[in-house]
Design a binder for this molecule. Sequence first.
Ligand SMILES: [Zn+2]
Length: 362
Amino acid sequence: MNPNFPTNTEHGTSPIQFRRDQIKAGFLLPDGSQTTKSLEVRFDPLLGTSSRIAEGVVLSKADESALAVLQAPNSSCPFCPDRIRQVTPKLLEPIHTDGRLERGESVLFPNLVPYCQYAAVAVLSRKHWLALHEFTPERLFDSFSVALDYVSRVHRFDPRAQHCAYNMNYLYPSGGSLPHPHAQMYLDPYPTTMMRLQGEASLAYWNARGRSYWDDLAKAEEERGQRFVVKTGPVTWITAFAPIGFNEVQAVVSGRETLLDLTGDDLRALSAGISRVLQWYESIGYNSFNLALYSGPLNDSRGWRVHLSMITRTAMLPYYRSDAMHLERLHWEAAVDRLPEELATNLRGYFYTLPNAKERRI
Ligand SMILES: [Zn+2]
């Protein structure tokens, strides 16, 4: 970044720098009068990548009537209970002799499309359709459980497969090809670009300061408060300072470097929090989302903490404007509509006031 770029930083003693700049865009309206619109550019404290929060960016909200076709039973869905064991592939025998890992409603098996060497799908529910409030903590917990079992088995089978993440695409705008709820496991000898960049930057931070960037981020956000949402056990929930997408919520699991370090209590805290965030997404008019739970490399995870990012995508509609335009796809630059601090205020209230009726104990 140009060192002369006039950025502001939030005050604080933390080495984490929250750099932001306000820009005014001026132009003439059709009637000849001059107007200005505001724009904020923010820089990710770890990577230095920039994001824009721009007045006037609008995403369409959900329309229930557009979901009828997807909600109806689908006799050709490969993930429904009457077909899943006939049509989905099986794991190699050295990984698991039964071919599929199961717990509760979750069933994990290899992905027919190998986006990575050990790509796997973890179907989340017996139900073909789930509204976001039906992504319950117990469903998420069972899904995490089979996913972590899978990571452990594959890593024993092939120690080169050390880069892993638990991911979700929900509904077509998110890139998901089947509406039946499922998670996607990434497990490969190579990290994704994001995992590599985060790994390099957080290792450099670790080497320079002897502390984890992610621990410092969670602490700094809790001290500042503007984007801090809640702490559930070892998990700190925040909104992203420089979002990579709409309504981005992040979580940091303190003291855990890889997915294989996560305890049952960690998974319960993550499951309960994700369920809350999804209910909030539903309440603000969205039904399509992406999620990634990033792990440090299983063979050397110095400086890492397991962390999570979730974003909403354009709601599922017959004709919609994608939330990813030239900026997101070709410039790696997000443009979103709402200030992260405003999102945190909204979500914080949701965490504290939502009745527990939809959450049973895991
Ligand atoms: Zn189905």
